[in-house]
Design a protein around this ligand. Structure first.
Ligand code: NAP
Ligand code: ZN
Length: 352
């Protein structure tokens, strides 16, 4: 298959900084959409992957899975998109489309493994996929999302990962008017969880380590903020919540949060991957029928549902725009939780 070389930013090794790194993109097939990338959000998963935190990163690595752009070409079989459309691409660019998960619109749980937007197995060129820190991307039409034109396109980018990753558990656990939701960690995912849960009519509490995020959380819509390092403060919300969305990226003890769930409550982990720090005490699980669950991004139809909901309710991410060349500094700031609340790369900076 012939290819085209496009500009991108990536890294050759876990300890190296990101730098200009041209990549090959496939030529358009009949089912593909070619997208000129305008903006790409910076997810903590980009950093985990670039630095091989989870193991399994293939190098060179080009992260980026919160992609917004305009359609520049469409394959012969593409009916739903045309040149000029504003579109998005999230964490997946393909799946088997035939297994029971895919058939139910749960492509993220594809039994044969979905193809990640980066570090996935490239079915067309062999090797691995490259993400959105690049000029353009070619994507199967079934994995392209429509972006509401009434929203600020740059601020929509984080919805493609941070938005859907928090929307999916809110919907799965049926959050609605009157639900009591808590969110752990005010970062990219956390701030979207607050906005989306509020949009669905829930009352929302933020658990944060940091008292200097209280006002911001309230401005984002949180009804209450509890400082998770303050044991007395934690006691004030014992047994309160129906659902807790835990976005913390690193090892932590979930027991203090479990205690704040009510009967039938669920704590859903979306951040940290790996063994939990402390043994989870089962007494309150059994005595109050509580659950601990996990959740991965969301399916394509569900992502479209979330984007349409955001279009209707005017929900976008709070962003700090950066140039592609600023990415290494942005990673350091993200590690210090010093971002309000998502970096988005203006891809013009890569093209110039
Ligand atoms: P982020 O912007 O860095 O936010 C994480 C927040 O967690 C921080 O702002 C901080 O909030 C809190 N935090 C950070 N380190 C902590 C620690 N050691 N202990 C306790 N709290 C800590 O990250 P993000 O982009 O939202 O991503 C969060 C995690 O979700 C990452 O691990 C990412 O890989 C993962 N992720 C998962 C999915 C999925 O499908 N499940 C999708 C996307 C991302 P406070 O300062 O308020 O405490
Ligand atoms: Zn992500």
């Amino acid at each position: 298959m012939s290819t085209q070389t496009v500009k991108a930013f990536g890294t050759d090794a876990p300890t190296e900084e990101l730098k200009p790194l041209p990549i090959e993109r496939r030529e358009l097939t009949a089912k593909d959409v070619e997208i000129d990338i305008l903006y790409c959000g910076v997810c903590h998963s980009d950093l985990h992957t670039a630095r091989n935190d989870w193991g399994g990163t293939k190098y060179p690595s080009v992260p980026g899975h919160e992609i917004i752009g305009r359609v520049t070409k469409t394959g012969n079989d593409v009916a739903d998109f045309k040149v000029g459309d504003l579109v998005g691409v999230g964490c997946m660019v393909d799946s088997c489309k035939t297994c029971s998960s895919c058939q139910q619109g749960l492509e993220q749980y594809c039994l044969n493994g979905f193809v990640g937007t980066y570090n996935g197995k490239d079915k067309h060129l062999g090797g691995h996929t490259f993400g959105g820190y690049s000029e353009k991307v070619i994507v199967d039409q079934d994995f392209v999302l429509r972006v509401p034109e009434n929203l600020d396109a740059a601020a929509v980018a984080p919805l493609l990962c941070a938005g859907i990753t928090t929307w999916s558990p809110l919907r799965h656990w049926n959050v609605k008017e009157g639900s009591k939701v808590a969110v752990v960690g005010l970062g990219g995912l956390g701030h979207m969880a607050i906005k989306l849960a509020k949009g669905l009519g829930a009352s929302v509490t933020l658990f944060s380590r940091s008292s200097n995020k209280i006002q911001d959380a309230k401005d984002l819509g949180a009804d209450d903020v509890v400082i998770s390092t303050d044991a007395e403060h934690m006691k004030s919300v014992l047994g309160k919540f129906d659902l807790i969305v835990d976005t913390v990226p690193y090892l932590h003890d979930v027991n203090p949060y479990m205690a704040t769930l009510g009967v039938n409550g669920t704590l859903v982990l979306v951040g940290y991957l790996g063994d939990l720090d402390e043994i989870v005490n089962t007494v309150s699980l059994i005595r109050s029928r509580k659950s601990i669950a996990g959740s991965l991004i969301g399916g394509i139809a569900e992502t479209q549902e979330m984007l349409d909901f955001c279009g209707k309710h005017n929900i976008v991410s709070d962003i700090e725009m950066i140039n592609m060349q600023d990415i290494n500094g942005a990673y350091e700031r993200m590690l210090r939780s010093d971002v309000k609340y998502r970096f988005v790369i203006d891809m013009k900076s890569l093209k110039n």
